[in-house]
Design a protein around this ligand. Sequence first.
Ligand code: FE2
Ligand code: FE2
Length: 271
Amino acid sequence: MTTTLNRAIWNTDLELEIFNKIIQKHAPNLPKQRLHETKAPTTPEEIEKFYRFRVAGAAHDLFIVQVCAKVIGEIPDPDLQLFLSQQIGDDGAHAINTRRRAQEIYGQDPIDDIQKQVEKHWEYMGDLPVRNWQGFLAFELHYEMHIVASLFVNGITSTISDPQSAEFSKTRIKPEEARHRVGVVNWWQRKYEQVSPAKKADLAAQVLEIDEEAQRRRNPYLKQHWQLTHEAIGTDISDLPKIYDAWRREVLAYFLEIPVSQLPPLVSVND
Ligand SMILES: [Fe+2]
Ligand SMILES: [Fe+2]
């Protein structure tokens, strides 16, 4: 238990510290913070791409809502249920805001396009998010934790944004997503701290196995999504695979209480 007591608390300061360490190693040329202001999409081509990017964002949030809604009655853990009820409300509100902004910018309600993209998430993830609690944990890791470094890179390098969406992101999405990540950490740690060292090793192996499966399932989507992100908002994606892989190792090392160097080789987003 001493390892647990000595561990840093997961929060946005720790995330930034880990991100900066990764950047120093894997993308030293990436600026530390944004160098240029963003501009709103204006040409029809920019608006079309921005619309597709926002549809993808809303689909990510709506997929989370659909998965959590299925799971909330299945896992009899009242602490988890309260956290999930909050996550469903927050991520649902993020999707609603994105839907509204996409409609205002593009002139068409995107709900059918959003649902089509949600169906793609269900197709490539299969039953993994709702298979068992380990699958649901891997889902939360992939949809809330593993994407954080790529979001930091967006925040530093993007060139196009919608000012109203950016304001909503700053005041609502960012703090709420930080709370979701802490919620996932807390749920897992409640489980992990209660078991014997032998059982811990067993749980760590189970989580790694299913997190790897989720990574293999998500790889084609991530590649496509990053390309869209690059084309729609100008994000520099050249070092993203290395940054993503390194960030995911750090997250898993933290969760499993295994030093990064002692984790086995993991599936890469490039595999
Ligand atoms: Fe969200
Ligand atoms: Fe979230």
